[in-house]
Design a protein around this ligand. Sequence first.
Ligand code: G3I
Length: 300
Amino acid sequence: GTTLGTSAAEKGRYFGAAVAAQRLSDSQYVTILNREFNSVVAENEMKWDATEPQQGVFTFGNADRIVNHAQSRGMSVRGHTLLWHAQQPGWAQNMSGSALRNAAINHVSRVAGNYRGKIHSWDVVNEAFADGGGGARRDSNLQRTGNDWIEAAFRAARAADPGAKLCYNDYNTDGVNAKSTAVYNMVRDFRARGVPIDCVGFQSHLGTTLPGDYQANLQRFADLGVDVQITELDVAQGGSQATIYAGVTRACLAVARCTGITVWGVRDSDSWRSDNPLLFDRSGNKKAAYTATLDALNAG
Ligand code: G3I
């Protein structure tokens, strides 16, 4: 293929980008988005603070702008994210116990239900594990409602949108390490007990190196019977940026259950990072990392 999306599709994958609703009025941005990508995810617009700013009051305007743009062009949509310790509305930040648990599950049901039939994969829960060597859950108001909050969220999401693949999504889980092993053990337990989980998202916010066991880590999760997805890829600018993008792409293609790659923005100027981590430069030109990614998609 000659674009990221068509080349990925030839390999049975999608290639997506995180989209910010306000950039849909930037014609250069939209030109690149429509040409290169066949999947989108909302960078912020489906998060709890955006979709339920007051308890029980749901606002989907900006998220709908992204979903409508995608649907009218045949792009699939990832949902990000139903529950997360960050970007909660103020009212939820101040809640605890069964009141918070009930509000959180209601949020999952209402948002997943609103988009029922329109979402390829939902990040049901985002970043629930702590960094470091302990393999522990991250402390948060949600975690303090009880260790079963994650499985409760997955069950509610399944009931609300039975057609969506339900993912757990995290960062610093890109190689085999204590954090990724803790996630692995949770996924294995969920599969054993019939908790509805279909996929694991590896954010892959990368620096100047790619873990040597990146592909092996994807494969061990796939071997649990879940799909794996690269969900928020971006890579520090530097001599190795193109090589790392190509390595991530090759790893996904080498794992049968790696169903797609999403980059966390379009141009460097659209990124949350300041180190030019994306595939297009600030003028919208293709970077070396773009060519390396495209070539990796088209190899073999
Ligand atoms: O919308 C408000 C605006 O009204 C206000 O004037 C402005 C002032 O700060 O803030 C705006 O909100 C910002 C929002 O992005 C939209 O631009 C928030 O401050 C800012 O914190 C928020 O950052 C987002 C971040 O998640 C929040 O934690 C980034 O755009 C987004 O790229 C980033 O994405 C996360 C994924 O969801 C999860 N994985 C890590 C990834 C990178 O941090």
